[in-house]
Design a protein. Structure first.
Length: 154
């Protein structure tokens, strides 16, 4: 898949959430969607990011945003993650890696000289018409929701 850019139509998205319910991006037309990709449930950085969105969730909703997290973890893993940290939003199970591929965030990573494939922590902000309005590639886990807000000031 070619790299996505601001102004592109967001790729269609259809996946099961933590409760086994099918979630489609198209059902959020009319709202701004914070679609954030993260590597793994219950890891330090991913937990910090998810909890930041949780702590600011009500004000994000009030400002017209919906929050959706995506990782390649299973529905069961998402259920445990949500339960442990009281997360109020959808976490989509992309176990077949289709969504991470479609959004271009399934990349080669390098840790301690070992190369492997994994999810690049990336946030896409999709406007009310299903168009990518912003892409945050350098996510600040502790301030993820503020990074989104900063793009909408002014």
């Amino acid at each position: 898949m070619a790299e996505l850019n601001v102004g592109d139509k967001a790729p269609a998205l259809r996946a099961k959430n933590q409760n086994g319910e099918t979630v489609e991006l198209s059902s959020f037309l009319g709202k701004k969607v914070i679609l954030y990709f993260y590597p793994k449930d219950n890891t330090p950085g991913c937990t910090t990011e998810a909890c930041n969105f949780r702590d600011n969730y009500q004000s994000l909703l009030k400002d017209g945003f919906e929050v959706i997290g995506v990782s390649i973890d299973s529905e069961q893993s998402h259920q445990k993650f949500i339960s442990k940290f009281d997360l109020p939003f959808h976490l989509l199970a992309d176990v077949d890696q289709k969504i991470v591929e479609d959004y271009g965030v399934w990349v080669e990573k390098n840790m301690y000289g070992k190369k492997y494939m994994g999810t690049a922590r990336t946030t896409f902000i999709i406007d009310e018409n299903g168009v990518i309005a912003h892409i945050i590639k350098k996510v600040d886990n502790k301030n993820a929701s503020q990074q989104v807000r900063d793009l909408y000031k002014g």
